[in-house]
Design a protein around this ligand. Structure first.
Ligand SMILES: *[C@@H]1O[C@H](CO)[C@@H](O)[C@H](O)[C@H]1NC(C)=O
Ligand SMILES: *[C@@H]1O[C@H](CO)[C@@H](O)[C@H](O)[C@H]1NC(C)=O
Ligand SMILES: *[C@@H]1O[C@H](CO)[C@@H](O)[C@H](O)[C@H]1NC(C)=O
Ligand SMILES: *[C@@H]1O[C@H](CO)[C@@H](O)[C@H](O)[C@H]1NC(C)=O
Length: 393
């Protein structure tokens, strides 16, 4: 399955020899286009805002000359000093105040996980470890069960978000907007079934900082349920950025392979993003393609530079993936299970699970095809975008 994915992208890459250049015409009409594209990207909004002039300014000329009247779109009606453009998930006391300046000196990191109550024991273990390292913890509940988590001491310190039968990527798109999580240096967007006996969040962070990994994941214990060779733990090293080996279907990862799945690649199960890479990745997540398949092949574009350097798998802090939970998450599988209740009622629980599993798999695969064709179209349509990974040949 995965190598067919790879072939889609590869074939498309080989055929695509076009160089993208901003034509003069486009540059000229860019001004016109800006207005409408603003509606779609925050980043552009901000760029535009920097050029916008405070319309109600008393001394318009002098103020704009000094660039003192730059405003964010939508905030023109407010004096600048009152505008709070970003936020965070810190819990605030109802009484008294907290010393924000003192707090902001500490590095802040975020663990966001989808979780169902059936996995509570493992989730508890994970959260305890992360909370010891002062992580902010956010739980996305996909099974509608929230209160039962209150028996854990940490529950009142976590942020709980509940939406029935939604996937990790659905939640992430809706609740982890870059402006909301801009305080966090690293964002761990994890599945709930990873076993963390050999994983320490603090040590992990110091490794990715030291090695400047913008996108990373912990390696998987070789006994795990595995999908991709690059994720397997190499016990002789601290981390690795590529694998060299023969893969399925005669495909080979060489020393000089330039892209996924040989290098510049992590799996969607336990990714860790730097603040800057998340700002990019959030925009890559499609609202409707909730299983997120295919994104792993394109994450490297968000690596803030060379994906063969800035993306890596950390071996010295690793996790075990038992493979109990489906790729789409248990919640997603339940949703399908409901839809196919009639068909499934006659079969045993195991068969039902198997059937659901293949339904989810099919859905994920078709999402992936849609995602790749969207990407291909976007690349073709955007004459001002240059593919950094095509240029290298
Ligand atoms: C406007 O700005 C100019 C240049 O800074 C200054 O000379 C002038 O006095 C200002 N006018 C008012 C009304 O503030
Ligand atoms: C967590 O934060 C507290 C202060 O808020 C600090 O004393 C402690 O060292 C921090 N722990 C880690 C592992 O950073
Ligand atoms: C593990 O890393 C070492 C050192 O880079 C390398 O020689 C070896 O081939 C790697 N093992 C695997 C299975 O990739
Ligand atoms: C999944 O797709 C394959 C090939 O398209 C098909 O043969 C199979 O029946 C599908 N499975 C389900 C559960 O829809």
């Amino acid at each position: 399955m995965k190598h067919s994915t790879y072939n889609v992208l590869e074939a498309y890459k080989r055929n695509k020899l076009l160089q993208y250049r901003c034509s003069l015409t486009l540059l000229l009409s860019l001004g016109l286009f800006l207005g409408s594209s603003l509606l779609f990207t925050n980043h552009l909004q901000r760029l535009q805002a920097e050029h916008a002039v405070h319309s109600s300014s008393q001394n318009l000329t002098s103020k704009s000359e000094n660039n003192r009247c730059r405003v964010d779109r939508g905030t023109e009606a407010l004096p600048r000093g009152i505008i709070s453009r970003t936020s965070d998930f810190e819990l605030r006391p109802l009484l008294g105040t907290r010393n924000d300046q003192k707090r902001s000196k500490l590095s802040m990191n975020l663990l966001a996980m989808t979780a169902g109550i059936e996995q509570k024991d493992n989730v508890n273990k994970i959260v305890m470890k992360f909370m010891l390292n002062n992580f902010t913890v956010m739980i996305f509940h996909y099974d509608g069960v929230v209160d039962e988590w209150n028996k854990f001491e940490w529950s009142s310190r976590a942020i709980h978000v509940s939406a029935v039968s939604q996937t990790k990527w659905w939640f992430a798109k809706r609740f982890l907007h870059p402006d909301i999580v801009s305080e966090y240096e690293y964002i761990f967007l994890w599945d709930e079934d990873l076993e963390v006996d050999n994983f320490d969040p603090g040590r992990y962070i110091s490794i990715v900082k030291e090695e400047v990994l913008e996108i990373s994941q912990p390696a998987l214990d070789p006994k795990s349920y595995l999908h991709h060779p690059i994720t397997i733990r190499n016990s002789t090293v601290k981390l690795h950025r590529r694998i060299v080996q023969h893969m399925d279907a005669g495909f080979e990862c060489r020393e000089d392979s330039e892209g996924p799945p040989c290098t510049g690649w992590v799996e969607m199960m336990a990714p860790v993003f730097s603040r800057a890479s998340w700002h990019c990745v959030w925009h890559l997540i499609q609202n409707d393609l909730v299983h997120g398949w295919g994104m792993d092949y394109l994450l490297g574009y968000c690596a803030q530079g060379d994906r063969t350097k800035n993306v890596g798998v950390v071996d010295s802090e690793y996790v075990f993936h038992p493979g109990k939970v489906l790729l789409g998450g248990v919640g997603a599988s339940k949703r399908v299970a409901k839809a196919s209740d009639q068909a499934a009622s006659a079969t045993s629980a195991n068969l039902e699970r198997l059937d659901t599993r293949s339904l989810i798999r099919n859905q994920s695969l078709s999402d992936q095809q849609i995602f790749f064709s969207r990407w291909k179209r976007a690349v073709e349509e955007d004459d001002c975008w240059t593919d950094p990974y095509h240029q290298r040949g």
